[in-house]
Write a protein that binds this ligand. Structure first.
Ligand SMILES: CC1=C(/C=C/C(C)=C/C=C/C(C)=C/C=O)C(C)(C)CCC1
Length: 286
């Protein structure tokens, strides 16, 4: 566990005791829409790095196809797309956090990743049940019963414990259980003290997006020194700008149909996350 992560997490926690929940939400939006969206904005460059004979158009076409299929599926069943989005987000968070802890490949690691990320997400949902219900209702039109959120948390906690036990027994997983449990304790406090969006962004930015940005810079430039950040921004800003423009257009189109701005942000996050998870998984598989 890196000390800077723990320190900045505590700083985020301290901020949440100083700022009103409205201010925490503004801060959360600014981090989600900058670092959060940026860490998924270099996918085309990463695809081209992987498949070197591919030109930019050849890389963009499958990318757009995935986004269009998700959008189409969304019109068919909003609840289904949200459910799949939450599950693949769980997998993606778990992959980012635990991939370096695996000594060997084992088919069960995919369950470990998913249960890990879903435990984090359901902890956030559980700490803010009413708000999460309202947002899910806004996005899908379905009332997600609080008992389901509780059940989701318990199922994922049990799944996570079984996966950790199994992979530790198989000597595939190298984690310090005490440190990981301590981190879950810290997350528990953060998720219960901070506002929903600030709690989510503390995890999403500090524990996911920044480490992922560093990993991507290692792949692209062989180093994650801060000086390479400008190179990263140079190739990704255009995709970032298109995502933010998409968000603005969606907002203008949907503002009378949705109660919460986060619902629009969720649409955009979902659209860019599906192809992003595929790209990042392929990268890890290499
Ligand atoms: C459903 C839901 C949420 C979940 C967001 C998720 C699941 C985001 C995943 C983002 C990813 C994986 C981005 C790309 O790397 C929030 C915002 C906590 C608010 C409450 C409702």
């Amino acid at each position: 566990m890196k000390n800077w992560l723990l320190l900045t997490t505590f700083f985020g926690l301290w901020l949440s005791t100083q700022l009103s929940s409205g201010l925490q939400d503004y801060l959360a939006y600014s981090f989600i829409l900058t670092f959060g969206v940026l860490h998924g904005a270099n996918d085309i460059v990463l695809i081209r790095k992987q498949y070197q004979n591919l030109n930019t158009t050849g890389a963009i076409i499958p990318y757009i196809l995935v986004i269009s299929s998700v959008t189409l599926l969304f019109f068919f069943s909003k609840a289904l797309v949200l459910a799949v989005f939450i599950v693949i987000s769980g997998y993606h968070f778990g992959e980012q956090h635990l991939k370096e802890r695996l000594t060997n490949s084992h088919w069960f690691h995919k369950f470990l990743f998913t249960f890990y990320g879903l435990t984090i997400l359901f902890m956030i949902f559980y700490a803010n049940i009413v708000e999460v219900q309202q947002i899910i209702y806004d996005v899908t039109g379905y009332l997600f019963l609080s008992d389901y959120i509780k059940m989701g948390l318990y199922i994922n906690l049990i799944g996570l414990s079984i996966s950790v036990a199994l992979l530790k027994f198989k000597k595939v997983l190298r984690i310090n259980l005490v440190k990981e449990l301590f981190m879950f304790f810290v997350f528990y406090i953060v998720f219960n003290v901070a506002s929903l969006l600030w709690a989510f962004s503390i995890y999403f930015i500090l524990w996911h997006s920044i480490p992922s940005l560093k990993d991507q810079m290692e792949v692209l430039y062989g180093s994650s020194k801060p000086s390479y950040l400008m190179d990263y921004v140079k190739t990704s800003w255009i995709y970032w700008a298109v995502s933010i423009l998409g968000l603005l257009i969606l907002y203008l189109l949907l503002q009378n149909h949705l109660d919460y701005f986060i619902s629009v942000v969720l649409y955009v996050l979902a659209a860019v996350t599906f192809p992003h998870v595929i790209v990042m998984s392929k990268l890890e598989g290499k």
